[in-house]
Design a protein around this ligand. Structure first.
Ligand code: UD1
Ligand code: CA
Length: 439
């Protein structure tokens, strides 16, 4: 059979992505660089880089500023295979100045330049791929991603000519009351032909109000020179920009909703979209039910037919088998649960390996941390753990063993044994009665 190449995996060798991330992010009021704040469990900048890479754009240039050390550290850890170039824009004199700085750096740029904003994180790889396709086929001077929104406040407004091409972009501060009514906004993602970009960016003048060079001014300049820039309208959720922590929260909710919808369409019941938060790389099997107030983080994996929550907290590194139950007020961290294993109430399971058909009684805790190091708790198949048990790790429980309720297990338990590790009960006959009579 002939091998069909998956167009989705095609690498775009003729595109360089430039991601603008040098801004101070003043409105975040944060010590941390704005683009490194998390949205639904992942730094904004990570989404933008991932979207480029998933769209097949491997040639990536990041524009950093005072946040260079943080950005370099983030890319070093998150993208260890390298390939991401970082330039420094010493003074943040606006988005056009940022792009000019990048273009002047000793970097080879491909013929198509894709410009993205580090604070517009929810852009989909498919959208980037489509935009590049359309650019390649139509060969306009540029394509700008735009959206129609209910509340355009703060965004650049798209002014179009009679043919629907972009005539200019007007920023919030410069917009006349009439222009402020325009609900068609600039999404902050652009595709340009490299030569046009180089030529016309140099003609951008400083904005007298903000004393910045606006990349958006290139639209008007290109239009005046007869070069066509086409708007490509996408859903607002993809181009929602984050300037402050209200928008950060809103973007997190939008991202979470998308992730939950994907799960729901794949046969997973999520009882309440408003109180369940699941990171995008989590995987969940069909017919699993996620109850309200549940948080699932990292790249955790959950099998088929499980019941998770309400009020469950599943932290990174967790792998849960099929037909398991993780109930209310249960926290699981970096642990494995075999099939048909139940942790139904009020427990902390950390750095543990639980086999299949294990029943963990209410209030069980793995004491995994000795103040210096984390230690493992290993529990074999078919083990029954009575309520209120503490496992002082490192500790191993052999398969089929039973742990008596209230035990503090500090040593290994052999297979099929009963382990009781608590003080014996003492009953003093009539003691209470005598005490009352003394009074
Ligand atoms: C910008 C657009 C606006 C658009 C919106 C989309 C301009 C002038 N305006 O506005 O039309 O609707 O994005 O979200 O471009 N940056 C630098 N260096 C600088 C300045 C900014 O790298 O000197 C980076 C920022 O870190 C940020 C991005 O560029 O990631 C956008 O800058 P920001 O100041 O947030 O622009 P907006 O006011 O949101
Ligand atoms: Ca912004």
């Amino acid at each position: 059979m002939e091998k069909v190449r998956n167009p989705k995996s095609a690498v775009r060798n003729n595109v360089t992505a430039i991601i603008m991330a040098a801004g101070k992010g003043t409105r975040m009021k944060s010590e941390r660089s704005k683009v490194l704040h998390d949205v639904a469990g992942k730094p904004m900048l990570g989404y933008v880089i991932d979207a480029c890479q998933k769209a097949g754009v491997k040639d990536i240039v990041l524009i950093s500023g005072a946040n260079y050390p943080e950005i370099r550290e983030f890319t070093r850890i998150t993208y260890p295979n390298g390939g991401i170039k970082i330039v420094i824009q010493k003074k943040q004199l606006g988005t056009a100045h940022a792009i000019s700085t990048a273009l002047k750096a000793k970097i080879k740029y491909e013929e198509i330049i894709l410009i993205l904003s580090g604070d517009v994180p929810l852009i989909e790889p498919d959208t980037i791929r489509n935009a590049i396709n359309e650019f390649t086929i139509e060969k306009p001077g540029g394509i700008i991603l735009t959206s129609k929104v209910d509340n355009p406040f703060g965004y650049g407004r798209i002014v179009r000519d009679a043919h629907g091409f972009i005539e200019s972009i007007v920023e919030q501060k410069d917009a006349t009351p009439e222009q402020q009514e325009i609900d068609h906004i600039n999404g902050g993602v652009y595709i340009f032909n490299r030569e046009y970009l180089k030529k016309y960016i140099s003609r951008i003048k400083m904005n007298p109000l903000k004393k910045e060079y606006y990349l958006t001014d290139i639209a008007g300049i290109m239009a005046e020179n007869g070069i066509k820039i086409r708007p490509l309208t996408v859903a607002y959720a993809e181009v929602a920009g984050i300037n402050d922590r209200v928008q950060l929260m809103e973007a997190g909710k939008m991202k979470n909703k998308k992730t939950l919808e994907r799960f729901a369409k794949n046969g997973i019941t999520i009882v309440d979209f408003d109180t369940v938060f699941i990171d995008e790389n989590v995987s969940i099997g069909a017919d699993t039910v996620i109850q309200p107030f549940t948080v699932i983080r990292g790249s955790s994996r959950i099998g088929k037919g499980c019941n998770i929550g309400p009020f469950a907290h599943i932290r990174p590194g967790t792998v849960i088998g099929d037909n398991c139950r993780v109930g209310n007020y249960v926290e699981i961290k970096k642990s494995t649960l075999g099939n048909n294993t139940f942790v139904s109430h009020l427990s902390y399971i950390g750095d543990a390996e639980l086999g299949s058909n294990v029943n963990i009684g209410a209030g069980t805790i793995t004491c995994n941390y000795d103040g210096f190091k984390k230690h493992k708790t290993i529990i074999g198949d078919n083990v029954f753990v009575g309520s209120d048990t503490k496992f002082v790790a490192p500790v191993k429980v052999g398969r089929g063993a039973i742990i008596a309720a209230g035990s503090v297990i500090t040593g290994d338990v052999p297979a099929d044994a009963l382990s009781v590790a608590r003080a014996r009960q003492v009953n003093k006959e009539k003691w209470a009665l005598k005490r009352r009579k003394k009074k």
